[in-house]
Design a binder for this molecule. Structure first.
Ligand code: PMP
Length: 410
């Protein structure tokens, strides 16, 4: 029996043109949403409209189109502010994605606050983009990176986290939700622990923003980052939210147009927030497309999305567990609709290839989280990541596909 749902899935699917196609003459089943999500028609139309009629570089023009684009770009910033309930619009910096946002903080925060011997804490379940920028910073500054381990369920071990904190800790940067294990981390608890001793916290929200309501003021988080393309917006867009007090104090990380106030060969002064961190012509059409995607999500309702995706998670867990030799990685109490799994005696790549030929798009490999693979002593897994436009019937197709591939590969 399939669970009932409060979401009109057929109506929603009509909004996503990519979903209505066949691959290898099979109905496409798209379960690679953790890598990137598909775009609703409203986002596609908006981007098309802007390119067709209003394109003009923002902020610097006195003419009509430039004014129009500037207004829409700044309205997009306001949309993001309200979506994550930031206090100020100036705390919202547009970037090209999560990776760019983290690198920006690692460079700028690192430049100002990190010195030799200082410590930064991340976790064992981070995406590479929340590992490597800190490794590069630690190398530049001779600082030390410390790692919070996770347990057999894929949950961070908070008692170990507490032991890692010292008077040298300068920043904690953890993922809100794991792209591999699906774990939703106890970020409020982490922030409370850190703030008791005045340590700022950065949350990587790349896999959280599309699954649950984010309120940065309620979380009291210092930095929150995410990518537009994972929340039904365009690629090459992303957000860095930072508390004003940090952003004011942090130096710019890239120099160029728009981020300056006055430029001369003797002294250059910088623009105010958020422009100080937006050097060059930004991806303004992308940013407006992202705002349109947030409208789309809000129209459905974040809570509705969350509860339907929970049903997808529960149903897929039940069905995957029935398959002989299949092991799901990650059994946290609070988990998003992401299933990473391995199958006895079958290489994930071989399974992924056969599923692909059956029209089912899953991801194979390390999911840019090699330390997670090392934890389990494997070099890769399969990952099916589901969102609100996926259906229980599609999960059945995946399950049948796995069984079919199993019989072919054994
Ligand atoms: N962090 C997490 C948890 C992710 O899942 C991803 C994307 N897979 C990233 C960071 C990087 O995002 P992007 O490639 O959009 O910068």
């Amino acid at each position: 029996m399939k669970p009932t749902t409060n979401i009109d899935i057929q109506k929603i699917r009509e909004d996503f043109p990519v979903l209505h196609q066949k691959v290898y003459n099979k109905k496409l089943v798209y379960f690679d949403n953790g890598a990137t999500t598909q775009k609703p028609q409203s986002v596609i139309d908006k981007i098309n409209e802007l390119h067709s009629f209003t394109n003009s570089s923002i902020h610097r023009g006195v003419h009509y189109l430039s004014g129009l684009m500037t207004e829409e770009y700044e309205a997009a910033r306001e949309k993001v502010r309200s979506f994550i309930n930031a206090k100020e619009k100036s705390e919202i910096i547009f970037s090209s994605g999560t990776t760019a946002s983290i690198n920006m903080i690692a460079f700028s925060f690192g430049e100002k606050y990190i010195s030799e011997g200082d410590e930064i804490i991340i976790s064992e379940m981070e995406h590479h983009s929340n590992i490597v920028p800190w490794q590069l910073l630690c190398e530049r500054k001779k600082a030390v990176l410390k790692i919070i381990p996770f347990d057999e369920n894929g949950e961070l071990i908070i008692s170990e986290f507490k032991k890692l904190i010292s008077d040298k800790t300068k920043l904690i940067s953890v993922t809100h939700t794991s792209n591999t294990l699906g774990t939703v981390n106890p970020v409020k608890e982490i922030i409370n622990i850190a703030h008791k001793i005045n340590i700022p916290v950065l949350l990587d929200g790349a896999q959280a923003i599309q699954h649950e309501k984010i309120d940065v003021q309620e979380l009291d988080v210092d930095f929150y980052v995410f990518s537009g393309h994972k929340i039904y917006g365009p690629t090459g867009t992303g957000i860095l939210y930072g508390k004003q007090k940090w952003l004011e104090e942090m130096p710019p990380w890239q120099g160029g147009g728009d981020m300056v106030d006055k430029v001369s060969f003797t002294k250059t002064t910088f623009n105010s927030l958020p422009f100080k961190f937006e050097a060059g012509t930004p991806n303004y059409i992308g940013a407006i497309g992202l705002a349109k995607a947030l409208d789309y999500v809000e129209n459905i309702g974040v809570e509705k999305i969350k509860s339907y995706e929970k049903e997808l998670l529960n149903y897929s867990t039940r069905e995957l567990n029935k398959i002989d030799g299949l092991k799901i990685l990650g059994h946290s109490k609070d988990k998003i609709s992401v299933q990473s799994f391995i199958i006895e005696s079958i290489h994930p790549y071989d399974m992924g290839m056969i599923l692909d030929k059956l029209g089912v798009a899953v991801r194979t490999g390390s999911h840019c989280a090699q330390p997670v693979m090392d934890h389990f002593g494997i070099d890769g897994s399969l990952r099916a990541s589901m969102v609100f436009y996926n259906s229980f019937e599609e999960i059945d197709i995946l399950i049948d596909g796995i069984k079919k591939a199993q019989s072919m590969l054994k």
